[in-house]
Design a protein around this ligand. Sequence first.
Ligand SMILES: [Ca+2]
Length: 90
Amino acid sequence: MFRAAKTGMIAVALTASAFTYTAGPANAVTDYANCDGMHRDFKYGVARSKAAANHQANTGHYRPAVRPAVYRANSESDADHDGTACEVTR
Ligand SMILES: [Ca+2]
């Protein structure tokens, strides 16, 4: 009886953690295949910091979204390593 109760608790714990894992779209970060994909969600690209976004705005680009986690997942799309992936020239 005790063993059955314990097993039940483990099942509940596993279910709860699986739910937490899959129910986190607010924290989900997409690794886009390319800039066309990123631009569907972030029209003017993604900057790693506000300073990087300011740099784009001050150098003839549209202001990108500041999303450090998204930038980290897509840093390969920052070919010129200026802190913004997929920036768009104005
Ligand atoms: Ca860049």
